[in-house]
Design a protein around this ligand. Sequence first.
Ligand code: PDD
Length: 276
Amino acid sequence: EKIFLNGELISSHEATISVFDRGFLFGDGIYEVMVQLENGLFYKDAHWERLQRNLDKIGIAYDVTEMEAQLDPLLVSSNLTNKPCLIYMQVTRGVAPRKHAFPKDVPPTVMMYALPYTLPHINSKSSHAILRSDNRWLRCDIKSISLLGNVMANERAMEENADEAVLVRDGFITEGSHTNIFFVKSGKVYTHPANQLILDGITRKIVLKLCEDLDIPMMEKAIGVDEIDDMDEAFLTGTTTQIASIAKLGDHIYHTPDAIGPITKKLQQAFADLKN
Ligand code: PDD
Protein backbone atom coordinates (compact mmCIF):
# COMPACT_ATOMS: atom_id res chain seq x y z
CA GLU A 1 0.00 0.00 0.00
CA LYS A 2 1.03 3.52 -0.77
CA ILE A 3 0.44 6.48 1.50
CA PHE A 4 0.52 10.12 0.54
CA LEU A 5 2.43 11.74 3.42
CA ASN A 6 3.66 15.34 3.41
CA GLY A 7 3.96 15.63 -0.35
CA GLU A 8 5.42 12.20 -1.02
CA LEU A 9 4.02 8.87 -2.07
CA ILE A 10 5.62 6.22 0.10
CA SER A 11 4.89 2.64 1.10
CA SER A 12 2.81 2.16 4.24
CA HIS A 13 5.63 0.60 6.30
CA GLU A 14 7.81 3.63 5.59
CA ALA A 15 5.07 6.12 6.45
CA THR A 16 5.83 7.27 9.97
CA ILE A 17 4.74 10.26 12.02
CA SER A 18 6.51 11.94 14.94
CA VAL A 19 5.31 11.29 18.49
CA PHE A 20 5.27 15.10 18.76
CA ASP A 21 2.65 15.37 16.05
CA ARG A 22 -0.23 17.46 17.39
CA GLY A 23 -2.68 14.98 15.92
CA PHE A 24 -1.18 12.33 18.20
CA LEU A 25 -0.77 14.58 21.27
CA PHE A 26 -3.94 16.69 21.10
CA GLY A 27 -6.19 15.21 18.42
CA ASP A 28 -5.53 18.56 16.74
CA GLY A 29 -6.58 17.89 13.18
CA ILE A 30 -9.29 17.36 10.61
CA TYR A 31 -10.20 14.30 8.57
CA GLU A 32 -12.39 13.42 5.63
CA VAL A 33 -13.70 10.18 4.13
CA MET A 34 -14.95 9.67 0.60
CA VAL A 35 -15.61 6.75 -1.69
CA GLN A 36 -14.78 6.01 -5.28
CA LEU A 37 -17.31 3.98 -7.22
CA GLU A 38 -16.67 2.23 -10.53
CA ASN A 39 -17.80 5.38 -12.33
CA GLY A 40 -15.77 7.86 -10.31
CA LEU A 41 -15.39 9.65 -6.99
CA PHE A 42 -18.77 10.16 -5.30
CA TYR A 43 -19.45 13.88 -4.62
CA LYS A 44 -15.72 14.61 -4.47
CA ASP A 45 -16.09 18.38 -4.69
CA ALA A 46 -18.31 18.42 -1.59
CA HIS A 47 -15.68 16.41 0.33
CA TRP A 48 -12.74 18.58 -0.72
CA GLU A 49 -14.74 21.72 0.08
CA ARG A 50 -15.71 20.42 3.51
CA LEU A 51 -12.09 19.50 4.27
CA GLN A 52 -10.95 23.00 3.30
CA ARG A 53 -13.77 24.63 5.28
CA ASN A 54 -12.95 22.61 8.40
CA LEU A 55 -9.23 23.41 8.18
CA ASP A 56 -10.13 27.08 7.86
CA LYS A 57 -12.40 26.79 10.92
CA ILE A 58 -9.60 25.56 13.17
CA GLY A 59 -6.91 27.77 11.66
CA ILE A 60 -4.73 25.21 9.91
CA ALA A 61 -3.29 26.98 6.87
CA TYR A 62 -3.33 24.36 4.14
CA ASP A 63 -4.64 24.39 0.59
CA VAL A 64 -6.38 21.09 -0.11
CA THR A 65 -5.87 21.47 -3.86
CA GLU A 66 -2.35 20.11 -3.22
CA MET A 67 -3.85 16.91 -1.83
CA GLU A 68 -6.41 16.80 -4.59
CA ALA A 69 -3.63 16.82 -7.18
CA GLN A 70 -2.01 13.85 -5.41
CA LEU A 71 -5.12 11.69 -5.44
CA ASP A 72 -4.69 10.37 -8.97
CA PRO A 73 -1.03 9.38 -8.45
CA LEU A 74 -2.06 7.74 -5.16
CA LEU A 75 -4.81 5.74 -6.87
CA VAL A 76 -2.46 4.72 -9.69
CA SER A 77 0.26 3.53 -7.31
CA SER A 78 -2.33 1.77 -5.13
CA ASN A 79 -3.69 -0.03 -8.20
CA LEU A 80 -7.11 1.47 -7.54
CA THR A 81 -7.76 3.57 -10.64
CA ASN A 82 -11.48 3.26 -11.45
CA LYS A 83 -11.87 0.68 -8.72
CA PRO A 84 -14.26 0.87 -5.77
CA CYS A 85 -12.30 2.18 -2.81
CA LEU A 86 -12.40 4.32 0.29
CA ILE A 87 -10.19 7.39 0.54
CA TYR A 88 -9.17 8.73 3.93
CA MET A 89 -7.57 12.16 4.26
CA GLN A 90 -6.18 13.76 7.41
CA VAL A 91 -4.42 17.03 8.14
CA THR A 92 -3.01 17.87 11.58
CA ARG A 93 -1.41 21.03 12.93
CA GLY A 94 2.04 19.50 12.57
CA VAL A 95 4.97 18.57 14.79
CA ALA A 96 6.01 20.76 17.72
CA PRO A 97 6.92 20.48 21.43
CA ARG A 98 3.74 19.95 23.44
CA LYS A 99 2.23 23.32 24.22
CA HIS A 100 -1.48 24.01 23.90
CA ALA A 101 -1.09 27.21 21.87
CA PHE A 102 -0.68 26.84 18.12
CA PRO A 103 2.99 26.53 17.10
CA LYS A 104 4.26 29.21 14.70
CA ASP A 105 5.53 28.43 11.21
CA VAL A 106 5.09 24.68 11.49
CA PRO A 107 3.92 22.86 8.37
CA PRO A 108 0.80 20.69 8.80
CA THR A 109 1.07 16.91 8.63
CA VAL A 110 -0.85 15.83 5.55
CA MET A 111 -1.81 12.21 4.99
CA MET A 112 -4.06 10.35 2.58
CA TYR A 113 -4.57 6.69 1.69
CA ALA A 114 -6.93 4.63 -0.43
CA LEU A 115 -8.08 1.10 0.36
CA PRO A 116 -10.26 -1.26 -1.66
CA TYR A 117 -13.83 -0.90 -0.46
CA THR A 118 -17.16 -1.81 -2.00
CA LEU A 119 -20.32 -0.20 -0.71
CA PRO A 120 -22.99 -2.70 0.24
CA HIS A 121 -26.23 -2.82 -1.72
CA ILE A 122 -28.17 0.14 -0.41
CA ASN A 123 -31.10 -1.58 1.26
CA SER A 124 -29.40 -4.88 2.02
CA LYS A 125 -29.58 -4.39 5.75
CA SER A 126 -31.74 -2.64 8.30
CA SER A 127 -30.13 -1.20 11.39
CA HIS A 128 -30.64 -1.57 15.08
CA ALA A 129 -29.58 1.60 16.90
CA ILE A 130 -29.20 2.16 20.61
CA LEU A 131 -29.68 5.53 22.30
CA ARG A 132 -26.76 7.12 24.16
CA SER A 133 -26.28 10.48 25.75
CA ASP A 134 -24.35 12.85 23.45
CA ASN A 135 -21.21 13.46 25.49
CA ARG A 136 -19.29 15.23 22.76
CA TRP A 137 -18.14 18.83 22.73
CA LEU A 138 -20.26 21.64 21.30
CA ARG A 139 -18.52 21.96 17.90
CA CYS A 140 -19.70 18.76 16.28
CA ASP A 141 -19.86 20.68 12.98
CA ILE A 142 -16.06 20.36 12.86
CA LYS A 143 -14.87 17.04 11.43
CA SER A 144 -12.24 16.76 14.13
CA ILE A 145 -10.02 13.68 14.50
CA SER A 146 -10.82 13.83 18.25
CA LEU A 147 -13.57 11.25 18.23
CA LEU A 148 -13.58 9.87 21.78
CA GLY A 149 -17.27 10.63 22.35
CA ASN A 150 -18.11 8.99 19.03
CA VAL A 151 -16.00 5.86 19.51
CA MET A 152 -17.19 5.28 23.09
CA ALA A 153 -20.82 5.53 21.99
CA ASN A 154 -20.21 3.26 18.99
CA GLU A 155 -18.37 0.70 21.12
CA ARG A 156 -21.41 0.51 23.39
CA ALA A 157 -23.57 -0.18 20.34
CA MET A 158 -21.22 -3.02 19.35
CA GLU A 159 -21.36 -4.46 22.89
CA GLU A 160 -25.13 -4.52 22.61
CA ASN A 161 -25.01 -6.17 19.18
CA ALA A 162 -26.43 -3.03 17.59
CA ASP A 163 -25.22 -1.25 14.46
CA GLU A 164 -25.09 2.34 15.60
CA ALA A 165 -25.42 4.57 18.65
CA VAL A 166 -27.84 7.45 18.18
CA LEU A 167 -27.00 10.40 20.39
CA VAL A 168 -29.36 12.43 22.59
CA ARG A 169 -28.53 15.91 23.87
CA ASP A 170 -30.92 17.82 26.15
CA GLY A 171 -33.79 15.53 25.19
CA PHE A 172 -33.28 15.85 21.44
CA ILE A 173 -31.83 13.40 18.92
CA THR A 174 -28.71 14.90 17.30
CA GLU A 175 -27.05 12.28 15.08
CA GLY A 176 -25.38 8.87 15.10
CA SER A 177 -21.77 8.16 16.18
CA HIS A 178 -20.76 8.26 12.50
CA THR A 179 -24.03 8.96 10.71
CA ASN A 180 -26.81 11.52 10.47
CA ILE A 181 -30.36 10.49 11.35
CA PHE A 182 -33.67 11.22 9.67
CA PHE A 183 -37.26 10.56 10.72
CA VAL A 184 -40.47 10.34 8.73
CA LYS A 185 -43.87 11.27 10.13
CA SER A 186 -47.08 11.43 8.05
CA GLY A 187 -45.09 11.58 4.82
CA LYS A 188 -42.81 14.38 6.00
CA VAL A 189 -39.06 14.01 6.52
CA TYR A 190 -37.27 15.49 9.56
CA THR A 191 -33.59 15.85 10.41
CA HIS A 192 -31.58 17.92 12.90
CA PRO A 193 -30.68 21.42 11.64
CA ALA A 194 -27.08 21.78 10.45
CA ASN A 195 -25.83 23.75 13.44
CA GLN A 196 -22.88 23.21 15.79
CA LEU A 197 -24.48 20.12 17.36
CA ILE A 198 -24.08 17.85 14.31
CA LEU A 199 -21.78 17.20 11.38
CA ASP A 200 -23.44 18.52 8.23
CA GLY A 201 -23.12 15.24 6.35
CA ILE A 202 -22.72 15.19 2.61
CA THR A 203 -25.12 12.25 2.40
CA ARG A 204 -27.52 14.27 4.57
CA LYS A 205 -27.38 17.10 2.04
CA ILE A 206 -27.91 14.68 -0.86
CA VAL A 207 -30.98 13.25 0.89
CA LEU A 208 -32.45 16.71 1.51
CA LYS A 209 -31.96 17.49 -2.19
CA LEU A 210 -33.60 14.19 -3.16
CA CYS A 211 -36.61 15.10 -0.99
CA GLU A 212 -36.88 18.35 -2.92
CA ASP A 213 -36.58 16.57 -6.29
CA LEU A 214 -39.15 13.94 -5.31
CA ASP A 215 -41.60 16.46 -3.79
CA ILE A 216 -41.27 14.89 -0.36
CA PRO A 217 -41.90 17.58 2.26
CA MET A 218 -38.99 18.01 4.64
CA MET A 219 -38.03 20.10 7.60
CA GLU A 220 -34.75 20.63 9.45
CA LYS A 221 -36.03 20.24 12.99
CA ALA A 222 -34.68 18.26 15.94
CA ILE A 223 -36.86 15.36 17.06
CA GLY A 224 -37.31 14.83 20.80
CA VAL A 225 -36.42 11.48 22.32
CA ASP A 226 -40.05 11.42 23.53
CA GLU A 227 -41.25 11.62 19.90
CA ILE A 228 -39.46 8.47 18.68
CA ASP A 229 -42.60 6.35 19.22
CA ASP A 230 -44.74 8.76 17.17
CA MET A 231 -42.52 8.60 14.09
CA ASP A 232 -43.37 6.27 11.18
CA GLU A 233 -39.88 5.65 9.82
CA ALA A 234 -36.26 6.40 10.71
CA PHE A 235 -33.03 6.03 8.75
CA LEU A 236 -29.31 6.73 9.01
CA THR A 237 -27.15 8.40 6.37
CA GLY A 238 -23.39 8.55 5.82
CA THR A 239 -20.68 8.07 3.23
CA THR A 240 -20.17 4.41 4.08
CA THR A 241 -23.70 3.85 5.41
CA GLN A 242 -25.52 5.46 2.44
CA ILE A 243 -29.18 5.28 3.55
CA ALA A 244 -29.82 2.58 6.14
CA SER A 245 -33.33 1.99 7.41
CA ILE A 246 -33.61 1.78 11.20
CA ALA A 247 -35.67 -1.24 12.19
CA LYS A 248 -35.24 -0.60 15.90
CA LEU A 249 -34.26 2.54 17.80
CA GLY A 250 -33.86 2.12 21.54
CA ASP A 251 -36.94 0.13 22.55
CA HIS A 252 -39.06 1.25 19.63
CA ILE A 253 -39.55 -1.06 16.67
CA TYR A 254 -40.20 0.66 13.32
CA HIS A 255 -40.36 -2.43 11.18
CA THR A 256 -39.52 -6.13 10.88
CA PRO A 257 -36.18 -6.80 9.11
CA ASP A 258 -37.38 -6.55 5.50
CA ALA A 259 -40.38 -4.23 5.75
CA ILE A 260 -38.57 -0.94 5.08
CA GLY A 261 -40.95 2.05 5.14
CA PRO A 262 -42.14 3.61 1.86
CA ILE A 263 -40.37 6.99 2.11
CA THR A 264 -37.07 5.39 3.19
CA LYS A 265 -37.39 2.95 0.29
CA LYS A 266 -38.11 5.72 -2.20
CA LEU A 267 -35.07 7.70 -1.05
CA GLN A 268 -32.87 4.58 -1.14
CA GLN A 269 -33.95 3.94 -4.72
CA ALA A 270 -33.27 7.53 -5.76
CA PHE A 271 -29.89 7.43 -4.00
CA ALA A 272 -28.96 4.18 -5.75
CA ASP A 273 -29.83 5.85 -9.08
CA LEU A 274 -27.37 8.67 -8.31
CA LYS A 275 -24.56 6.13 -8.17
CA ASN A 276 -25.18 4.89 -11.73
N1 PDD B 1 -19.04 9.33 9.08
N2 PDD B 1 -22.08 12.47 11.52
C1 PDD B 1 -20.88 12.06 11.97
C2 PDD B 1 -20.54 12.26 13.41
C3 PDD B 1 -19.97 11.44 11.07
O1 PDD B 1 -18.76 11.04 11.51
C4 PDD B 1 -20.34 11.25 9.71
C5 PDD B 1 -19.39 10.65 8.72
C6 PDD B 1 -21.62 11.67 9.31
C7 PDD B 1 -22.09 11.52 7.90
O2 PDD B 1 -21.40 12.41 7.05
P1 PDD B 1 -21.18 12.10 5.50
O3 PDD B 1 -22.53 11.85 4.91
O4 PDD B 1 -20.57 13.33 4.96
O5 PDD B 1 -20.27 10.91 5.44
C8 PDD B 1 -22.44 12.29 10.24
C9 PDD B 1 -18.10 8.52 8.34
C10 PDD B 1 -17.08 9.27 7.61
C11 PDD B 1 -18.80 7.55 7.40
O6 PDD B 1 -20.03 7.45 7.42
O7 PDD B 1 -18.11 6.86 6.68
